[in-house]
Design a protein around this ligand. Structure first.
Ligand code: PMP
Length: 356
């Protein structure tokens, strides 16, 4: 029998949660942060969903939990089994946590271009990490195909397939979508975020569209090198992927099954250049005290642009996907910034934060 749980005492001026049972119950229910400085600057109301507060540190804890929960419900995995996934990092971290909490083994295939911090963390969480060459999805050596093949080759193993398994979208439809709707009391003119698998955008977007009778606009923000903006603005033409971005975990070269469930309902899309994302990353640190990864910074830059499109007084929400801790050796290194041609994108008064 589990002991009964008591509500946490309310501390004046502090956010408070009730006690929960273990890692899995600690996922979700993140605060929606009003970004005061940017809201004042734009005359709009800009909110960021603090997904970095999930117990595994990112928005992908929700997808990881949803993928495993639905597989358990459908009896696709039995106790002691092995979860296998191809992931740029955060889904793997979420899966590794959930696997430890639930007693599964965890094998992660990832492109060898990802940050060392993420690889180290996965290994510390007990995952068997297998870095493979970063080749396109069409190539059979792509990390996703290698993950599927490995899962098929061993007993009681499951390839969670975050890109095309819509349990990912479903997790957001059931959790982050309703949370954002309730936290804004349904007064939301726009929602925007970048996508990797598309689960966050599709799940939240679908929920917000349904609840608002289509009144909440849902937009997609892309990093350079992703094909989704041109797909949406051209009415469905898929171009060859070219170019790259400093942002990790977002951008896409195809329409994943998660995105396919929603892409026709997306109201618009635009690309945010790395110069804008990195400047926003430093600005959020300086003005809001938020230490965020580059995809969060891109999302906030996009939320500002969308709020300006929607007009004065509009309310727009986005996702603060993870913290900068996983990328600090890059994002706060002068040498790295110079190598990417981004040092000059950071305004003079914010250069003091480049400490590495
Ligand atoms: N930001 C970061 C840092 C991520 O790791 C991911 C997931 N790859 C995303 C954003 C995008 O989320 P989704 O996969 O739900 O589109």
């Amino acid at each position: 029998m589990l002991p009964s749980l008591r509500a946490a005492p309310l501390a004046r001026g502090f956010h408070s949660h009730s006690a929960v049972r273990g890692f899995t119950e600690a996922v979700g229910n993140t605060p929606l942060i009003y970004l005061k400085t940017l809201s004042e600057k734009t005359g709009c109301h800009i909110y960021g969903k603090a997904e970095f507060q999930n117990p595994g540190g990112s928005v992908k804890d929700r997808a990881a939990l949803g993928l495993i929960r639905e597989a358990e419900e459908q009896e696709l995995i039995k106790p002691g089994g092995t979860i296998v996934e191809g992931t740029a990092g955060n889904t793997g971290i979420g899966l590794a946590h959930v696997c430890r909490a639930k007693g599964y083994k965890c094998v992660i295939y990832m492109p060898n271009t990802q940050s060392q911090e993420k690889i180290d963390l996965l290994r510390m969480l007990g995952a068997d990490v297998r870095p493979v060459p970063a080749v396109a999805f069409e190539n059979p050596k792509n990390y996703n195909h290698q993950a599927r093949e490995y899962a098929e080759s061993i007993p009681n193993a499951l390839w969670t397939n975050q890109f095309d398994n819509t349990a990912n979208t479903h997790a957001h439809y059931l959790s982050s979508g309703p949370e954002i709707w309730n936290q804004t009391q349904g007064k939301l003119d726009g929602f925007i975020c970048a996508t990797g698998t598309g689960g966050t955008l599709a799940g939240i977007g679908k929920y917000l569209k349904e609840k608002s009778d289509g009144k909440t606009q849902v937009w997609l923000a892309d990093p350079p090198g992703s094909v989704l903006t041109s797909y949406i603005t051209s009415g469905g033409k898929l171009v060859e992927r070219s170019g790259s971005s400093i942002t990790e975990g977002i951008g896409q070269g195809r329409i994943t099954d998660n995105l396919a469930t929603f892409i026709k309902d997306v109201d618009g899309a635009f690309t945010v250049p790395d110069t804008k994302s990195i400047a926003m990353l430093y600005e959020l640190l300086d003005s809001e005290g938020l230490y965020l990864g580059a995809s969060s910074a891109l999302n906030v830059a996009a939320a500002v642009e969308l709020a300006q499109k929607l007009g004065p007084g509009s309310t727009v929400a986005t996702i603060l996907c993870d913290g900068a801790y996983r990328y600090q050796s890059r994002l706060f290194s002068r040498k790295w910034l110079v190598s990417k041609g981004l040092e000059t994108a950071i305004p003079e008064h914010l250069q003091k934060y480049i400490v590495l």
